[in-house]
Design a protein around this ligand. Sequence first.
Ligand code: FAD
Length: 389
Amino acid sequence: MFPFRGVDYLEIDSLWSDEEKLVRRTVRDFVDREVLPHVEAWNREAHFPAHLVPVMAELGFFGANLRGYGCAGMNNVQYGLMMQELERGDSALRSFVSVQGALVMYPIYEYGSEAQKQRWLPALQQGRAIGCFGLTEPDFGSNPAGMRTRAVKDGGEYVLTGEKAWITSGSIADVALVWARADDGIRGFLVEKGLPGFAARDIKGKWSLRASVTSILSLQEVRVGAEAMLPRVRGLRGPLSCLTQARYGIGWGAIGAAMACYHEALEYAKARKQFDDRPIASHQLIQEKLADMITEITKAQLLAHHVGRLKDSGRADFAHVSMLKRNNVRMALEVARAARDMLGANGVADEYPIFRHLCNLESVSTYEGTHNIHTLIIGERVTGIAAYR
Ligand SMILES: Cc1cc2nc3c(=O)[nH]c(=O)nc-3n(C[C@H](O)[C@H](O)[C@H](O)COP(=O)(O)OP(=O)(O)OC[C@H]3O[C@@H](n4cnc5c(N)ncnc54)[C@H](O)[C@@H]3O)c2cc1C
């Protein structure tokens, strides 16, 4: 491991305010101190570092771009830089923060009753409660509109039945936001841990996001009061709007993973000698890789910056965010693959962070809309023709 000093080819730092740089510094220090010395062990043991939840809460990471209820009220660039730095540590940690903030706190904040907000937002912000987001089902991933999970009204209650798959933080969550088909369309329900008929079991054997908990949620006639339903949203618009929030953070996070891989590969190439005692960095083929990597990272930084400023002025929409997520995650995967190659055999060892990032990014490319799905969203935006079917 070589000390990280940031990746800035094009004076990108001049785009950030002092407050934005302060957030980046704070999160970078947290990752250097609390994450990097231990992350390979967590990854090897498939261990989620739950002890960091109160630390991250104290630093204001959860729901950081929301206002009130104890949230940090960051602008979207500060929030993005926070996600970038977290994912420089590990995508699992960034995923946890994304789910807690963008997929659980945001919908409660945006669509919840005041009682739901008072009950959950301070607890989630302070890390006293953990949330998860149940949209995907075993047979419905890219097409959540087909979901089979039902919510049947029975007097003043709803009865939920169905299964949700691949749910981040599922088994450690105190509350699951479960999306289900009700009589009047798709609705979101806040389902508390321990309710009769509600169970979570973990998916074992992942080669990716190993430091993250991923679970299957099973709902067998789970009864919740009508007050558990988010009252202010109906239809697929609800979960999709949450995904737009989370995808925005992923678009930044991927830059962090790419920076970590680029930095490691560059330092390695300067130190590693082959053929006549020359560093491999002196070879043109290696320099071409580095030139491609830094160029793509720089383009991704500019894209994230622009979408962040658009979002702060209320002009970023879901198709803008699709371009950010699709481009930056693909970029990070390609940077990670090139970096892995540059380390030779060491590139597959967990003494170095690259293979871990590479494996993590495979999930990041799949979740929150696969690369293909974002291609189709952009395709629909530019042609006006939906090509999903
Ligand atoms: C580690 C991890 C954590 C996750 N966390 C969560 C979570 O917290 N909550 C949650 O709800 N979900 C979560 N997911 C699920 C994730 O969102 C889904 O895996 C994703 O939406 C893709 O669905 P799928 O796996 O069913 O793939 P599928 O939809 O079956 O897709 C398989 C392949 O077909 C392609 N494809 C599908 N439809 C089309 C089309 N129309 N045109 C072209 N290609 C197409 C896809 O791009 C993909 O390449 C997580 C997944 C992972 C891996």
